[in-house]
Design a protein around this ligand. Structure first.
Ligand code: FE2
Ligand code: FE2
Length: 251
């Protein structure tokens, strides 16, 4: 039994919308078929695949049905978390989505999913990405205060959701956690955030995140170990559509 993750499929079977880089970057050409082949080579029926947001470009559920059917057709148990482009998924209506897609997909929000002795906890997250104003040496001397205040509201809401997810798991006796965010856990300066603090508070073993596309963005946040937590980017183009193995062969 293994746990895999990947994010940012940005499927568009029913939509013409594509990410700016998606139009001409070879990594996106036919990515649906390459990803399917990689999944079929790696993932067994008893394995779990967490899809870390930005599933579809569709603007509502009716415009995402073929994208979600594609995800249903992949091997293993599929868990979906929310990304910033998932317009079809209103956080307050997650129950309804689960009623439609049970048992083929699990949409995870304000809750946890068990994986052996681990609890999978998740929220979309949010990151303040500036603008920052730098001096000649590259040191931050100011930032956009209005944008920062708006970001704080979004971060606080996401932290509440993440805490509900952790607490639901802890209430059921779980003590080992793998934490999933769509946004990176920090800004580009890798400053500690409410998300890194919460990962440390609950002793999350790993924090898996996505959202960073294109070579210039792959190093936007923490990679590797910090304060006992392992951080890993799993956006699809970064992984070249090979699902990342988070845990392998645990009971
Ligand atoms: Fe994305
Ligand atoms: Fe995103």
């Amino acid at each position: 039994m293994s746990l895999y993750a990947i994010g940012d499929l940005h499927l568009h079977f029913q939509s013409e919308l594509k990410a700016p880089g998606q139009l001409n970057d070879p990594v996106w050409q036919g990515h649906e078929e390459r990803f399917r082949k990689n999944c079929e080579a790696l993932i067994r029926p008893e394995d779990t695949l967490v899809l870390v947001g930005d599933h579809s470009w569709g603007k509502d559920l009716s415009a995402c049905e073929e994208d979600l059917e594609y995800i249903c057709s992949l091997p293993g148990r599929k868990i979906l978390t929310r990304g910033n482009h998932d317009m079809f998924w209103d956080a307050g209506k997650t129950k309804k989505l689960n009623e439609i897609y049970v048992p083929r997909l699990l949409f995870l929000q304000d809750d946890y999913a068990p994986y052996g002795e681990y609890a999978i906890v998740a929220t979309k997250g949010f990151t303040f990405e500036g603008p920052f104003y730098l001096d000649r040496s590259g040191k931050v001397i100011a930032y956009d205060r209005e944008k920062a205040q708006h970001a704080k509201k979004l971060v606080d809401r996401e932290l509440k959701r993440l805490r509900r997810s952790f607490e639901a798991a802890r209430g059921d006796g779980y003590r080992k956690f793998i934490m999933f965010l769509h946004y990176p856990p920090t800004n580009i300066m890798e400053t500690a955030s409410g998300f890194t603090d919460m990962a440390e508070e609950y002793g999350a073993q790993k924090v898996i995140y996505a959202h960073c596309h294109g070579k210039r963005r792959f190093r936007d946040s923490i990679m590797g170990e910090r304060n006992g937590v392992e951080y890993q980017l799993v956006s699809g183009d970064y992984l070249e559509w090979v699902p990342y193995k988070v845990l392998g062969d645990e009971k």
